[in-house]
Design a protein around this ligand. Sequence first.
Ligand code: EPU
Length: 473
Amino acid sequence: MEDWTARETNGWRPGELPPGWPATEDSDLSPADSLEQAQHSDGSQSEMTDGPQTRYRVRGGNQLHGTVFVQGAKNAALKMIAASLLAEKGRTVLRNVPVIEDVRRAVELAQAVGAVVKFHEAERTLVVDASELTSSVLPAEIARRFRASVLFVPALLHRLGEATIEGIGGCNLGSRNLDFHYRGFARLGARVDEQEDRIHITAGHMRGAHLYLDTPSHTGTENLIMAASLAPGTTVIDNCALEPEVLDVIAFLSKMGARISGGGTGFVTVQGVGELTAVEHTVMADRIDAAVFAMAAATAGGEVTLVGASLDDFGVVRWKLEQMGVEFATHGAVLQVRRDRQLRPINVITSPFPGFATDLQSPIMAVSCLAEGTSYIRETIFDGRYMLVGELNKMGAKVEIDGSAVLVHGPSALRGADVIAHDLRTGIALVLAGLAAEGETVISPGYLIDRGHASVASRLATLGADVTAEISD
Ligand code: EPU
């Protein structure tokens, strides 16, 4: 008889993982840290950069007019970079890869384990040759600042038989656990061994299993699909995420030869295959980036054309912006956004797709400051995502935390101030607020914005905004 208890945990007991496993404060990085040697436990070394320390300067008051190009989706590209390491032969070509700091970190991580990766930034094209992986260690110097590091575990397990994560990181979003990932690896037959300063996972005899996610984790779904793709037998993942990026990752893996069905239904089935091959894929447009530019038009007023944006991918965000008085017109894959009237207040409760995206909760809070009346915003996905409140109030907004929700009393005459980007989405929301503020808003650290949005200053400037990015001291 099968030892199902051992199979369930394989040495790892749920709850043993440190809750919120060393949270990262990317903003702690100093310029002196900008080039470090990451020492692996096997003695080899890899270089890690943090990217330039920048700040954004926004002088508000200009309406926006013109055309902007939506970047490729961060939250699809990162998964695809990791997935490309599943291919033992050939070169993967990823197109429309956003030129952002998180992609550069993912490239460095792939290089740290031996993949040959070239990011042709001008062409937004990434070429990955993973035919020789040389290290199973995801070094702390990179991994603890970059939460998506855990996405490299499936490739290391299948290619090298083991993976060690020396740390794990991400945005500063309160407690964000990875237990679904580790529990899923264990259910698939891996042995997950938590040590003091690292997690060591050995593949053992991985095989298909029935997996259930307590909540439809976006990255958890993608990671377990990757792990199951090369595990013999059938894996069923119950309560999967429905985000469009998950479907794009499934499309990429399917091109590679994976057998995956049920994407977008919440119930995915994966039939393990013997090998995956290197392919070419164009990353979908970034729905968060598109919605941020739509919200830029909402805050500044005017009319902008978004090349590559899909309203279908906005989910509830579309209806909420329309309720506020923002107008959309779709022309195939080109979206026009206009705001020429007083904004109305809004009620927003974040939820998994197609609900209101948590990544747009901060930006909509900034937009709400301009609406006539009181808006209600409640975050349900991540705690610690109300750091924007204090920053908006520095700019003259009237925002209050009311229990688990936020009330925004508008309209406010925003004025420029020195404000702090606590994470990527807080940072871009402050850029939006700055567009509508009188005077100059200085947002730092800009690095956090650069983690997820490409060429923010130049794209907004193309629309007529007065935004500059500068290297900070
Ligand atoms: N959760 C667990 N255990 C897990 C996984 C998740 O408890 O093992 C909880 C989290 O703590 C959180 C909730 O489930 O409360 C949802 O987390 P999820 O796993 O869905 O988030 P994620 O996959 O880690 C991705 C995006 C985030 C985005 C969320 C929600 C990537 C690399 N990141 O994170 O993007 O906010 O989905 O859509 O895909 C961003 O782009 O700024 C960003 C943070």
